[in-house]
Design a protein around this ligand. Structure first.
Ligand SMILES: [Zn+2]
Length: 177
């Protein structure tokens, strides 16, 4: 215990954090490569797109938002022809006072979505309200706009280091032993 603690303490905190992050991304990506997720949501086409782009953990988080979408009802759809966008008002089933506003910018190549809950802006995770709009508008391709590169499989690959360069799942513990 004493020997382990001493060695653990001299490792700068930031190094440990980055190392944990790298290991986590590599493990996450490894899981993604080696297992095919079960696609069983009510928005399966988008779910499949998402499973191919994001790491496994992020895919699971986004799929929760797809499932959460079932709780919402489309209340209003207000097109603004001149601006090229549609504003949607989404409410929660049985709780109509709760309302979110999603601004959908029409663009054939790269449509954009902005929700008043700001989940995507803060965490890079598209929210259930945006999925509600995508379902209403029959969007069948997951928009590039909603892909934060840091959550993708490609980003996770950049953290991979060959074993010859000394990558081990937990180097600190191995040195301590
Ligand atoms: Zn939202």
């Amino acid at each position: 215990m004493g020997r382990f603690t001493r060695l653990y303490e001299v490792v700068p905190r930031m190094d440990k954090t980055i190392s944990r992050m790298r290991n986590r991304l590599v493990e996450d990506n490894f899981r993604g490569i080696n297992s095919k997720p079960l696609l069983n949501s009510h928005m399966r086409v988008l779910e499949e797109n998402i499973s191919k782009v994001f790491t496994h953990d992020i895919f699971v988080i986004i799929r929760e938002q797809i499932e959460f979408e079932k709780q919402f009802v489309m209340a209003k759809r207000l097109p603004y022809a001149n601006v090229g966008s549609i504003v949607f008002y989404v409410t929660q089933y049985g709780r109509s006072k709760r309302q979110w506003c999603v601004d959908y910018h029409l663009d054939k190549i790269n449509p954009k979505f902005f929700c008043s809950c700001k989940l995507f802006e803060s965490d890079g995770i598209p929210c259930a309200h945006i999925f509600c709009v995508m379902k209403t508008e029959n969007v069948c391709k997951f928009p590039d706009f909603l892909i934060r590169s840091r959550w993708t499989r490609d980003a996770a690959k950049q953290f991979e280091l060959p074993k010859s360069l000394g990558y081990y799942p937990d180097k600190t513990i191995q040195i301590a032993r």
